[in-house]
Design a protein around this ligand. Structure first.
Ligand SMILES: NC(=O)N[C@@H](CC(=O)O)C(=O)O
Ligand SMILES: [Zn+2]
Ligand SMILES: [Zn+2]
Length: 344
């Protein structure tokens, strides 16, 4: 039996949702990951330290006893966020940073930021207190094409932010374009990016050719093959600025398979196997450990995990559906096969 062992990975971008959904989502991620950055785009959003601590408790309540799993909470940045709140967040060991959602950019972002310029005092405080800024990097202007929204956000907002706040720790989440890769490569060591399995494994043909595939629909939207290839190059390069963040984003089947379907891929049931599939397909399984279990911890200045996860070379199929209290979900890669499986 062929096996492959890596230090236990961490997920630096994860949506668990809330209430009954946690019974499904928490065990799925905790079975594989030691730590995860928990996204705050609930309804209402997680905007205060108290709300984040209460949400963290609801997550921990769903944790099977044998699992060790640390939820690292991100706070949702709004026009009301103050420098005082930044200081309070900095002093709380369970809060990892603030998440910037441009208003209207993605799922549950209505409460997000309408003016990035107006954030200057808060970004100043984040730089001073060394609190990372996590960014959904897309503009939302109706006249900007959906395939250009990441590039325009980088040019219009991110470059100016990195110039004005050169030591602000910034993570551009779920990158999808060659422009994002170039931005991160050209920026200082204070700038990094997370990468999802779907953006490494797929391009927009997988969304649109031969019929629309709602379960491959996420934001930022899958881009053309040349962008996918740049993401792949960056992930395979061993550059520590690029690391794992699944962006596993559960929505029930009825919300995905409908006339106006939700954005988000529920990749948690096969997350590490999907990344293993990508690295193995490029003959670079040796690069998986740093990408999944090293570089993210280094960037966030946390210790690397010392426990281990073993993958077994074994063909299996991602389940067609996953049952939840809110109805079935169709996971990402549903019904397709994978060549590596977490050892049970
Ligand atoms: N990625 C997605 O398409 N959806 C995410 C939100 C996000 O990360 O933008 C979600 O919460 O469903
Ligand atoms: Zn996002
Ligand atoms: Zn996300």
């Amino acid at each position: 039996m062929q096996t492959f062992t890596i230090p236990t990975p961490d997920d630096w971008h994860l949506h668990l949702r809330d209430e009954a959904m946690l019974a499904t989502t928490v065990p799925a991620s905790a079975a594989v990951f030691n730590r995860a950055v928990i996204m705050p785009n609930l309804v209402p959003p997680v905007t205060t330290v108290e709300a984040a601590m209460a949400y963290r408790q609801r997550i921990l309540q769903q944790l099977p006893e044998t699992y060790r799993f640390q939820p690292m909470m991100a706070l949702y940045l709004t026009a009301e966020t103050t420098p005082e709140l930044v200081a309070e967040a900095a002093a709380n060991e369970h809060i990892i940073g603030f998440k910037l959602y441009p208003s209207g950019a993605t799922t549950n972002s209505a409460a997000g930021v309408k003016s990035v310029d107006a954030l200057a005092p808060v970004l100043e405080a984040m730089q001073q207190h060394e609190v990372p800024l996590l960014v959904h990097g897309e503009v939302t202007d109706a006249d900007v094409d959906i395939f250009d929204r990441e590039k325009v956000f980088i040019d219009r907002h991110l470059r100016p932010i990195t110039e004005k706040f050169p030591t602000l720790r910034l993570v551009l989440e779920h990158i999808t374009t060659a422009d994002a890769v170039a931005f991160v490569e050209e920026s200082s060591e204070y700038v990094a990016a997370t990468m999802t399995p779907q953006h490494l494994l797929m391009n927009r043909n997988d969304l649109l050719v031969g019929g629309v595939r709602p379960h491959n629909y996420c934001l930022p939207i899958l881009k053309r093959r040349s962008h996918q290839m740049e993401l792949q190059r960056a992930a395979l390069s061993g550059n520590p600025k690029f690391f794992l963040g699944t962006d596993s984003a559960p929505h029930t089947q009825d919300k995905k398979e409908t006339a106006c379907g939700c954005a988000g891929c529920y990749s948690a049931p096969a997350a590490i196997e999907l990344y293993a599939e990508f690295f193995d397909a490029h003959g670079a399984l040796d690069k998986l450990a740093d990408f999944a279990s090293g570089f993210g911890a280094d960037f966030y200045r946390m210790p690397r995990n010392t426990n281990e996860l073993t993958l077994v070379k074994e063909t299996w199929q991602v389940p067609a559906t996953v049952d939840t209290a809110n109805g079935p979900m169709v996971p990402y890669w549903s019904g397709e096969s994978l060549n590596w499986k977490v050892q049970s």
